[in-house]
Design a protein. Structure first.
Length: 367
């Protein structure tokens, strides 16, 4: 087996948030888990049974819970919110890994190989795989269970394909909530696979601890085509399919390492490594996991992981507030009554978009 080379290292610099420092495992505990929470006792019987099933690790109840939180039905929203609040004290303990890369980079093959590697070491692995939704029909293929057939049969793994539903950022609208449900079910590693690298593919980095970008041999120049912001959010680059051409894979790794030396990392204490591996043969998986664990231990020890989690939670609150306000605005009777006429005026050129927005806000009482 060929040795795997890395260009990354952890510096001795600590994070500015000393209050979050502590042992690696302790930092993964949810703040809510340290205090009693009355939410579970307040649930209706059906939701209490569902929450208990999730906490017991029953896969059927886990799937039902994710279906509930992903539902766009208005009457499901309060039930999903109540369920998530009840499960909140049992979340926050997993290692959250985001995987992105251009189509054909081998994301699904890598995730299956990694999942099997981790379950063989005693981990419970959940995979949230997001498939693109058609802009015409709104449908998705949701073929990730087919592409990860061996992992799908592993009793220590759970795979949940979800449609993006047109949501930008490479993830589904409720991926963060689905991730929390998986944590409550006892999965200690949760992997989020995105639909691919695009202009706003950075949402996965805003809900995970460790963001991995996959590329291919002979694709060193492909980084030029990837939005700079994505590269700067990356914690590790993997050059996959190294078994096809080891020299090309090593050259690509060196090019990536050189590119990263000229970019600013999102964390001053971590220099993103570049590794080669073959997901098809399993070569390099152990080296990848060693780097991932080293990152987790360092981020937990210097407080960066806890700080990142807090910032992510606050950003999620703002995003959910924006969504809820828009949904309430669109349901307003006066807005619904006049919306088509205002939209028609915009398309006909008799009203500017800004004036249309001002008119609709005034109808909703916000003007």
């Amino acid at each position: 087996m060929t040795a795997v080379r890395t260009s990354g290292e952890v510096s001795r610099q600590t994070h500015e948030d000393p209050a979050a420092s502590g042992p690696a495992r302790a930092s993964m505990q949810s703040p809510a888990a340290t205090r009693a929470h009355p939410a579970a006792a307040m649930l209706e019987p059906a939701l209490r049974t569902l929450a208990d099933g999730v906490r017991s690790g029953r896969r059927r109840d886990l799937a039902k819970a994710i279906t509930l939180v992903e539902s766009s039905r208005q009457d499901d929203e309060w039930r999903a919110s109540a369920l998530l609040q009840a499960l909140q004290p049992h979340t926050g303990t997993s290692f959250r890994i985001g995987i992105s890369g251009a189509p054909g980079a081998g994301k699904s093959t890598f995730i299956e190989a990694l999942g099997l590697f981790l379950t063989s070491r005693g981990h419970k692995v959940a995979v949230l795989a997001v498939d693109p939704s058609s802009t015409i029909s709104g449908g998705s293929i949701l073929g990730d269970k087919t592409r990860m057939e061996r992992l799908a049969r592993d009793p220590a793994a759970f795979i949940r394909p979800s449609p993006s539903g047109g949501t930008l950022g490479g993830v589904a609208r409720k991926t963060r909530e689905a991730l929390a449900v998986c944590e409550a079910a006892g999965y200690d590693v949760v992997i989020v696979e995105t639909v691919g690298v695009g202009q706003s593919e950075t949402a996965v980095a805003a809900m995970t601890d460790f963001f991995v970008l996959l590329t291919l041999p002979n694709a060193g120049d492909d980084l030029q085509a990837i939005k700079r912001g994505i590269v700067e959010l990356t914690d590790l680059v993997l050059v996959n399919k190294a078994d096809l051409d080891r020299n090309a894979a090593e050259l690509a790794r060196a090019q990536v390492a050189s590119a990263f030396s000229m970019l600013r990392s999102r964390d001053a204490w971590w220099k993103p490594p570049a590794l080669t591996l073959s997901a098809a043969t399993g070569e390099g998986l152990a080296a990848f996991w060693d780097v991932a664990e080293r990152f987790r231990a360092a981020a937990a020890g210097n407080g960066a992981l806890a700080a990142r989690r807090r910032a992510q939670a606050l950003a999620a609150m703002h995003a959910e507030l924006d969504r809820a306000l828009r949904a309430r605005f669109e349901r307003h009777p006066a807005v619904r009554r006049e919306f088509d006429a205002v939209a028609r005026a915009v398309t006909e050129g008799t009203m500017t978009p800004g004036s249309a927005v001002a008119r609709l806000l005034a109808l909703a009482g916000g003007g």
